[in-house]
Design a protein around this ligand. Structure first.
Ligand code: SF4
Length: 405
């Protein structure tokens, strides 16, 4: 079994409470996600938040972009409570957050955290005033905030000032380095401003998201060394399908291995019809395959080759993984520790018995030319040999019995 918490030393950061979820270096790295429903649709949004939570998202962010959306946030919270879902909701604000939070106290109260993008708070003399209004609301309702800077919406007035100064400097930064520095400064100066207004430092989380892996690693390495706020980690606009998954995994893994990152979000563009929960599964699998946290028993399966007689073993591996994932909302509370269990489904005798013995439960299916039997191993010992047409069903029962014991 994989240990529940990794031994990778974490960058030290303060503990921030987002509702009942703690984020900081003394707590496990938290998985979060974001809905893509119209928040004005309270039923649809509550349903998607519930699905994300059931998939294992420990925080869920919803966009609050209009009066119609803000008016529904309290109702969404009450619907979730009625469904037995206590996941903290985070409100994502841009441009009009100061107005919406002031005009909809039910929304300000129902949210467990406010995300503020310093690049989208306002322009010119209005900027500081509107930023202060949001921070004062956070103080009034005792809520934490995330100062969430994004490469695509960097404060343009600040950027212009920094470019002028850089042009006058004896040692000017390259344009890429200047952009990275502008992101970090925007986040840290906004956090300092929030503290000066009166928000406690343990109510602040920071993020500086970019869409390029190497830039993200450089930015967060630098940012992490310059503050002790918890860091929300994510590669923004990672993209679709395998590209988005690979880019997010590469970026987040490099930083998590350095102990950087207190909460993560994997931003994937779903395929039409694809469940939003994919981003939760990917975030969990990044943490679990790195040995940082465990969420769901994972299936080890070989890739298959010319020695496999059919796609039967791939189908069995998928079926078992799907089954394990579907059971987790129930198992999580009934069988603490079940998430660290490992299952192997292997295609032939070459690596089948070896991998099966290393897992808690493993099955080695027969390859080409082998006797059509499937030995099953439990905690390293061969316990039974399955054969016939019901191998998949019988193996699933063995897995269920193991979990219950
Ligand atoms: Fe091929 Fe057997 Fe290896 Fe699977 S375990 S990849 S079927 S040789």
């Amino acid at each position: 079994m994989v240990s529940q918490f990794s031994t990778i030393p974490r960058r030290q950061s303060q503990q921030v409470a987002i509702g009942h979820v703690l984020v900081g270096s003394e707590s496990p790295v938290v998985v979060q996600s974001m809905t893509n429903t119209d928040t004005a649709d309270a039923d649809g949004t509550a349903r998607q938040v519930f699905e994300l939570w059931q998939a294992g998202s420990e925080l869920v962010r919803i966009t609050v972009n209009s009066p119609e959306a803000a008016a529904q946030v309290g109702l969404i919270r009450r619907k979730l409570d009625a469904m037995g879902c206590n996941v903290p909701l985070i409100g994502d604000f841009h441009y009009n957050g100061h107005k919406l939070l002031a005009q909809y106290p039910d929304c300000a109260e129902a949210l467990a955290k406010y995300r503020i993008n310093p690049g989208n708070v306002g322009k010119g003399s209005k900027r500081d005033e509107q930023f202060a209004a949001m921070i004062e609301t956070a103080i009034q309702y005792n809520k934490p905030v995330r100062i969430g800077v994004n490469w695509g919406s960097l404060d343009q007035e600040k950027m212009a000032r920094m470019m002028d100064e850089n042009a006058q400097s004896a040692n000017p930064l390259s344009s890429d380095a200047l952009m990275r520095e502008a992101l970090i400064q925007s986040a840290l100066e906004s956090a300092a401003q929030a503290e000066a207004i009166g928000l406690a430092s343990d109510k602040i989380i920071i993020s500086c998201k970019v869409s390029n892996v190497q830039d993200l690693v450089t930015v967060y390495g630098d940012l992490g060394a310059r503050c002790n706020y918890p860091l929300h980690l994510g590669l923004t606009e990672a993209g679709m399908g395998s590209k988005g998954i690979v880019a997010s995994t590469a970026a987040l893994s490099l930083l998590l291995q350095q102990g950087i990152g207190d909460t993560i979000r994997v931003s994937l563009t779903p395929q039409p019809g694809e469940s939003r929960t994919t981003e939760v599964v990917v975030a969990q699998e990044i943490l679990q395959t790195m040995g940082i946290r465990s969420f769901t028993p994972l299936v080890t399966a070989c890739p298959g080759c010319g020695r496999t007689t059919s796609t039967y073993f791939q189908e069995l591996a998928q079926k078992i993984q799907r089954y394990l994932r579907e059971q987790m909302p129930i198992w999580r509370s009934q069988y603490p520790g079940v998430e660290t269990m490992s299952v192997a489904v292997m295609g032939c005798v070459v690596n089948g018995p070896g991998e099966s013995k290393l897992a808690n439960i493993g099955i080695s299916l027969p390859g080409t030319g082998e006797t059509p039997v499937a030995p099953v191993f439990v905690d390293g010992e061969k316990t039974v040999t399955l054969k016939g047409d019901a191998i998949a069903e019988e193996f699933q029962v063995i897995v269920e019995n193991y979990v219950q014991k």
